[in-house]
Design a protein around this ligand. Structure first.
Ligand code: CO
Length: 211
């Protein structure tokens, strides 16, 4: 049996189990999608949004990319945010990074990862430059990487707050709350590190005054 065939078998077993537990399970899920949360996490296979938060299908709208970045020109994430905020009317956006993130570590060295990855990791290098004094003061390389994981999450939450989509929802609907979290692979525990309530002021150059 090929490895992928195991996935399909497991899927059959899972669907049968759900159906047995609750015969209306799939019928209910098919007709409602009202998640309260948008999750922006790392693509890392060890950080699955539903499993680590004990949530079920239907509860979290999910976007994942390398090192959980909120990049201004990313049409993919932009569409996810627009749909989540303006159509699903989600109340909370969570940016969840994780200690030991390979993307963060890769951005901290000077290796050439070739064009596309270099471009993506550049966003993290920019975060490093913004906080260089604080980061360079940490001598242990693992601790420095962990600090960059936290600072990166913080910057990505700020990147959300810079968007007109978020500012408009803040102004007219007093939502969504923005959260920066970091997951620890070693013990499975999430540490909240940063939060922004609707209407929080940021550097005025980013604030739109005619939304
Ligand atoms: Co990662």
């Amino acid at each position: 049996m090929f490895s992928y065939e195991k996935l399909l078998l497991q899927n059959k077993a899972w669907a049968a189990e759900k159906e047995a537990e609750d015969p209306t399970y799939f019928n209910k899920l098919e007709h409602i999608q009202t998640p309260e949360f948008l999750w922006i996490g790392c693509s890392d296979s060890r950080v699955p949004a539903n499993e680590i938060t004990g949530t079920n299908p239907g509860e979290i709208f999910v976007h994942r990319n390398v090192a959980n970045l909120v990049v201004n020109t990313d049409v993919n994430l932009g569409s996810v945010i627009d749909y989540a905020v303006n159509h699903l009317k989600i109340r909370h956006i969570i940016v969840c990074g994780h200690y030991g993130c390979g993307g963060i570590k890769a951005a901290m060295n000077n290796h050439d990862y070739r064009t596309v990855l270099n471009k993506w990791l550049r966003n993290i290098k920019d975060v490093y430059r913004l906080h260089r004094d604080q980061l360079d003061a940490v001598t242990n390389p693992d601790e420095r990487a962990d600090l960059l994981v936290e600072l990166n999450v913080r910057e990505q939450v700020l990147n959300l707050a810079k968007t007109s989509t978020i500012q408009k929802a803040w102004k007219h609907e007093n939502r969504p709350y923005l959260h920066g979290w970091v997951y620890r692979l070693k013990n499975g525990v999430i540490k909240p590190i940063f939060e922004m309530s609707p209407g929080t002021h940021i550097d005025p150059i980013y604030e739109y005054d005619d939304l």
